[in-house]
Unconditional design. Structure first.
Length: 430
């Protein structure tokens, strides 16, 4: 248990987790004997010195892999810590260690108080028991008395929205219903630390919004600690006070939520330097060729997606094949997956002189507050002379690339907007 600092409720020290690849229990007798012999002599486990990095996309070069390696962090009481990273980065393994589901190979976890975990759909539920019976089972596992659970029972059932089925065996619940009830139990039985994995993604949009609101109440209103894993960067930014980015089982970044999200999006950005040079489906005279597109954030860092309501910069590069003396016009349109134009930006409508930018070899197109909801959009670029009529096109590329817009808190009120490819029109309702 923690004794150093009363504000520190959880501390991870040099946490590592090693797994053996292949069929467990096959051909490992020699390894077991080797481990035993080293242990008898007071030596270190010889297999802790080997093992490859946890990169799921590469071929294994060892029988052992480090799912986590030397993870260190502290969490203060009332803090919401976001843990983000790509699939296979080690997020769920870390949460399982923190929840005592599995033990670390090396290192130590120190905690104060009770931990409630929601790691997978229906974690801790007995399928043959009813929803109500599972509430009491989970409460007992958390160390609560029957009287304490009974005092929360009505509130849990109401929050879950499963009242009609509460006396039905859980095996007959849908995955969404199990998530609803499991989260309601974990959140209302007053754990000191609530651990929530990506499992909330199974729930519908209404419940996700409700669950995020409850986690905010838990951390801000009740002063309890939340560890939150999600691929929804807007939810992480809305909920968390600090974040850790995991990469191949190691801590790649730890710091403020905004910086951590920027780091995460930037790390995956290689694919978003989109080359347009070899596109064969372009039209126009070809005097100037649009050659490359990059997506950037407010720090001028290349990222692979953007959050609704936040800054977006497109850096559009081009190659000049022949001089153009006419007035240039640049157009950018956003389309949904049904090829419906949702937004159109044209330089001549803003009285901009594109010709002055030609010698720079690139043009910035800035959107201070992106008005698109979460979803996938395709961008079409047009470079034309004098007018946008087709006979004046210099270079036009339909569906130049696809932009992923992540769900965001557009109105800065602590609530995520709905995910649906469309435009958010700021207005006043009174």
């Amino acid at each position: 248990m923690l004794e150093v600092n009363k504000d520190i409720i959880l501390k991870a020290e040099h946490i590592s987790k090693q797994y053996r690849l292949g069929l467990v229990g096959t051909g490992t007798v020699s390894h077991d004997l080797n481990r035993w012999w080293h242990r008898v002599r007071g030596k270190e486990d010889p297999y802790l010195k080997i093992g490859s990095v946890n990169d799921r996309s590469t071929k294994a070069d060892s029988d052992y892999v480090w799912a986590l390696q030397d993870i260190n962090f502290e969490v203060q009481r009332g803090e919401v810590l976001g843990i983000i990273g790509k699939n296979g980065a080690g997020k769920s393994t870390l949460l399982k260690i923190l929840s005592r589901v599995t033990c670390p190979t090396t290192g130590e976890i120190k905690t104060k108080g009770r931990i409630a975990s929601l790691l997978e759909v229906g974690t801790g539920f007995h399928p043959e028991l009813t929803g109500r019976e599972n509430i009491y089972l989970n409460g007992a596992i958390l160390g609560m008395t029957k009287a304490e659970i009974k005092a929360k029972e009505k509130e849990i059932i109401e929050f879950s929205g499963c009242e009609r089925y509460i006396d039905t065996p859980v095996k007959r619940y849908s995955s969404g219903m199990r998530v609803r009830l499991a989260f309601a139990v974990a959140a209302h039985l007053e754990p000191d630390i609530l651990v929530v994995d990506e499992v909330l993604a199974v729930g519908d949009a209404e419940f996700q919004k409700k669950a995020i609101g409850k986690m905010q109440d838990i951390s801000k209103g009740e002063g309890r600690t939340v560890l939150f894993v999600s691929h929804n960067m807007a939810a992480v930014k809305s909920l968390c006070t600090r974040a850790i980015v995991l990469e191949h089982g190691s801590t790649a970044y730890e710091g403020s939520v905004d910086d951590a999200v920027d780091f995460y999006l930037k790390k995956n950005s290689e694919k978003e330097i989109v080359s347009l040079k070899n596109r064969k489906d372009r039209s126009g005279t070809g005097d100037i060729i649009l050659s490359q597109v990059e997506i950037m954030n407010s720090k001028n860092q290349i990222v692979d997606s953007v959050i609704s309501g936040e800054f977006l910069r497109l850096r559009l590069s081009y190659d000049i094949k022949s001089p153009v003396n006419d007035k240039l016009i640049l157009g950018v349109s956003f389309k949904d997956r049904n090829d419906i134009v949702l937004s159109l930006t044209v330089s001549d409508e803003m009285d901009l002189d594109i010709n002055e930018l030609l010698q720079r070899k690139y043009i910035y197109i800035d959107f201070e507050k992106l008005l698109l909801r979460g979803g996938h959009y395709t961008l079409t670029f047009l470079l034309s002379s004098n007018t946008t009529d087709s006979q004046n096109h210099i270079d036009r590329i339909e569906k130049a690339f696809e932009l992923e817009v992540l769900q965001g808190d557009f109105y800065s009120i602590g609530q995520l907007n709905r995910v649906r490819p469309s435009i958010i029109m700021p207005n006043t309702i009174h």
